[in-house]
Write a new protein. Structure first.
Length: 216
């Protein structure tokens, strides 16, 4: 069995997604915090999620390595959540956000879920946590049987993660990621399949940032 590479492409509801597979060790570009040796593979979820949002909003592929360097140079690399608004603010101020097809209103982390759902229904995007410590992009919204749901483009494809899976409502065919299961000796002892694009209950979302589509 072969592991999925750095990218997969998924066409869904009229949008072409270039999904960054964070599980791939090929994402070895440095993304260090306090000199601890992190790379995009083990620390780049926010960078990849911005790339996913940009792909949704304007159809452009963002180069994650370039955005990672921008983040490190502009105070956006740090603890999850606290430095995400700093990165988005720097992107807005220096024209990087516009290149990615969105604007940011400097409004920090939010948790008013009905506002988020309405925002996504209008064709905008967001960054959020579905569980503590991991950032995903949100690129759609719907209501099914009275429940508000959002579409997650998740670089680490956590559709089956115990902290997320009970809130998953639909996994999108074509977004499958095949990755090895390794033991503490780094021996491959099995394989798993997860999904990078899936619908999830709105109620599980926390600490989100609103990204506004730039109408061209």
């Amino acid at each position: 069995m072969n592991a999925t590479g750095k990218y997969i492409t998924v066409d869904y509801q009229g949008t072409h997604y270039d999904i960054c597979n964070q599980r791939s060790r090929e994402w070895n570009h440095p993304y260090e915090y306090q000199g601890c040796g992190e790379t995009l593979s083990n620390a780049g979820c926010g960078i990849f999620s911005i790339a996913h949002a940009a792909c949704f909003l304007n159809g452009e592929r963002v180069i994650p390595e370039e955005l990672a360097d921008f983040s490190c140079e502009n105070g956006g690399r740090g603890d999850d959540g606290t430095d995400r608004p700093a990165l988005l603010a720097a992107m807005q101020e220096k024209g990087m956000a516009e290149k990615c097809g969105f604007s940011y209103n400097f409004d920090g982390l939010r948790n008013d879920l009905d506002t988020l759902h309405d925002h996504l229904m209008q064709g905008n995007a967001a960054l959020c946590n579905l569980r503590v410590g991991h950032i995903v992009a949100l690129t759609g919204a719907r209501i099914v049987n009275g429940e508000k749901q959002v579409l997650a483009a998740d670089p680490y494809s956590e559709s089956a993660d115990p902290r997320v899976r009970d809130a998953v409502r639909e996994c999108i065919p074509g977004s499958e990621i095949i990755s090895p299961i390794r033991n503490r000796q780094d021996l491959i002892c099995g394989w798993q399949q997860t999904h990078a694009l899936f619908w999830v209950a709105l109620s599980t979302v926390r600490d989100f940032n609103l990204l506004y589509k730039i109408n061209g």
